[in-house]
Design a protein around this ligand. Structure first.
Ligand code: G1P
Length: 296
């Protein structure tokens, strides 16, 4: 059973500047909460109980967000602001642990995941969630991560969440080569290969890895031996390709949709999607959208 997840949050977020100059890009607000809170909530809803943040000294706001703020809570209690208090307390449910480790040098995503090795160990499977991407499961019975973890638990096979992207954008992603017919949405299918950030004309498909992985602990020794790849960084994709050659890897095709909050238009779109259905602000926000939609 996968109960642990690694969230790499050490990157500087240059694509989000100037918003990310003094606050971590993961703390940028989507409607009423930071991006990272949605990602942690997604993990918790999928049954994750230990969340390992792989972070950097300049990004302590993330750890603070998930810590108890005793003085603030005492103040809200004294003022009788119980609803707000409950909202703050529910950010991290009581049976969920937030653990942090540091990535001492920016050597790539594979290296960031490797930094969690002492916490996870080589014998336990775990999930990886890249917090730039919001995975929206609105309207689904269970979120995509829960479905993918169930597929891992049932088969013991490594799972990579994928979705189709426009062909001209494949160079931005890890791209998979399905073995035979690609899997249908909500299903897993074996892979014949995967490649990090291929040239558009060399991509084996338009199915992109969107930043959700279910991995065995056996990935750690492979990561430790993975040389720098695309962008001269130690790539998680390269270690997973080695694992695929040894024991097979599946792509799990998602049902929901994604928002890439690692750049401005992505998080503006996320604000539109989450804002217009928000319990408290949705109605007012929809009125604003109507008012502004007539403008050039
Ligand atoms: C990372 C992964 C890539 C994946 C992408 C999803 O790339 O290396 O395989 O497709 O996340 O967002 P990055 O966006 O960090 O360059």
């Amino acid at each position: 059973m996968i109960r642990k997840a690694v969230l790499p949050v050490a990157g500087f977020g240059t694509r989000c500047l100037p918003a990310s100059k003094a606050i971590p890009k993961e703390m940028i607000t989507i409607v009423d909460r930071p991006v990272i809170q949605y990602v942690v909530q997604e993990a918790v809803e999928a049954g994750i109980r230990d969340i390992v943040l792989v972070t950097h000294g300049s990004k302590s706001a993330i750890e603070n967000h998930f810590d108890k703020h005793f003085e603030l809570e005492a103040g809200l209690e004294a003022k009788g602001k119980h609803e707000l208090l409950e909202e703050l307390r529910s950010i991290v449910p009581e049976d969920v642990n937030i653990i942090s480790v540091r990535q001492p040098e920016p050597l790539g995503l594979g290296h960031a995941v490797l930094c969690a090795r002492p916490v996870i160990g080589d014998d336990e499977p775990f999930a990886v969630l890249l917090p730039d991407v919001l995975v929206d499961g609105d309207g689904l019975e269970r979120n995509d991560l829960a479905g993918m973890i169930e597929s891992f638990d049932a088969t013991g096979r490594t799972q990579l969440m994928v979705e189709e992207v426009p062909h001209e954008l494949v160079y931005k992603y890890g791209i998979v080569a399905p073995e035979g017919e690609p899997p249908a949405a909500g299903e897993a299918g074996a892979l014949a290969g995967l490649v990090e950030k291929p040239k558009v004309e060399e991509a084996p498909s338009d199915l992109a890895v969107i930043g959700r992985y279910a991995l065995p602990g056996a990935i750690f020794p492979l990561l430790a031996e993975t040389p720098p790849g695309a962008g001269n960084e130690i790539q998680l994709t390269d270690a997973i390709e080695t694992l695929r050659q040894q024991s097979g890897v599946d792509a799990w095709r998602m049902l929901g949709r994604t928002y890439d909050c690692g750049h401005q238009l992505g998080y503006l779109e996320a604000i539109l999607a989450y804002g217009r259905r928000h319990a408290r602000y949705g109605e007012g926000f929809r009125e604003l959208l109507t008012r502004y939609s007539g403008e050039e």
